[in-house]
Write a protein that binds this ligand. Structure first.
Ligand code: ADP
Length: 309
């Protein structure tokens, strides 16, 4: 059975002055889903997330979030949302428990002490409850910020680039928490620039310059780009990209470690071009399933910033 829809909106628009930042956004997200937003900086990811969750009111559009009207009931939606911004703030000279207690007071929560202890326990922070927040590493600070967002038991969690600048181990641990919350029925909207994180989302949307260009599972997004991709490897790859890009049938060349991924929509033309080109070289070519990153690079290449076009 499909989980109920937590977000179900269409035709959502937002302008800041003359800037049309979100254009006709339509989106459906199910309860317990981890839904990722990707796209270039300044494309409207944060604004879209805020519009969906009552933190900003759309100029036009219709639909619901948590069963409430996104245009008329934003105050009620906001109460059931936990929001972790890129630059979350902690009081460095308060302990972890004091930080959470402070947030619980701001929310006017009734059973503050229990809520704080529960949030500490849920995120494995009890052993550090009396430590000053300022002495925590980046990964633990982030965990404390997440605990703060969960105190009032939100049904929907918004994470705006929550792991920017955090080391890989702490990022993995953080994602374990996100999956645990999702399994408990909490819906998560998360924006990220990291491919490994994108692949951890149940579904994704790619937004460029205010327009949602693709959405679905990682596999659906890759399939939707209809790319044929070859991996080129061997000595002498360096500096070949411009020449490869100029070949008939080549739409995309991207470097991945010691290999190049060369993609195009016309599979036959691409293969013929590459075979001719590589015949004179020591390089090898092997067909591969395009990666999510190939698909995103292709999407980005196909879109243009209207302000800088
Ligand atoms: P992203 O999250 O994809 O980086 P944002 O949603 O933060 O993009 O921003 C999209 C565009 O909207 C940017 O050009 C940004 O400068 C602009 N913007 C965002 N919030 C405001 C605001 N409150 N007032 C005016 N412009 C804004």
């Amino acid at each position: 059975m499909t989980a109920p829809l937590v977000i179900d909106v269409r035709g959502i628009n937002k302008r800041f002055g003359t800037k049309h930042v979100v254009k006709d956004l339509a989106l459906q997200v199910h309860q317990g889903e981890i839904f990722g937003f990707l796209g270039p900086n300044g494309s409207g990811k944060t604004t879209s997330i805020r519009l969906l969750c009552g933190l900003l009111t759309p100029d036009s559009g219709e639909g619901t979030c948590l069963g409430r009207d996104v245009l008329r009931e934003s105050a009620a939606i906001k109460r059931e949302v936990g929001y972790m911004t890129q630059r979350f703030s902690l009081w460095e000279d308060l302990t972890l428990a004091e930080n959470l207690d402070f947030i619980a007071r701001m929310f006017g929560m009734k059973h503050r002490r229990e809520a704080v202890e529960l949030a500490l326990a849920e995120l494995g922070l009890t052993g550090r409850r009396d430590q000053l927040a300022g002495t925590l590493s980046g990964g633990w600070k982030q965990r404390l910020a997440l605990a703060g967002c969960l105190l009032h038991k939100p049904r929907l969690l918004l994470l705006d680039e929550p792991t920017a600048g955090v080391d890989p181990k702490a990022r993995r641990d953080f994602w374990e928490e996100i999956h645990r919350l999702s399994a408990a029925g909490i819906t998560v909207l998360v924006s990220t620039h990291y491919m490994d994180e994108a692949e951890r989302c149940h579904r994704l949307a790619y937004i460029a310059w205010g327009t949602l260009l693709a959405s679905g599972t990682a596999a659906e997004i890759v399939a939707g780009q209809r790319l044929h991709t070859w991996e080129i490897s061997g000595n002498g790859l360096h500096g070949l990209s411009p020449a490869l890009r100029a070949l008939p049938g080549v739409d995309l060349v991207a470097t991945f470690g010691a290999t190049l991924h060369v993609s195009g929509r016309d599979g036959e033309q691409l293969r013929a071009s590459l075979q001719d080109f590589l015949a004179e070289t020591e390089l090898a070519m092997a067909p591969m399933v395009p990666s999510l990153e190939d698909a995103f690079i292709d999407l980005m290449q196909g879109s243009q910033d209207p302000l800088h076009a």
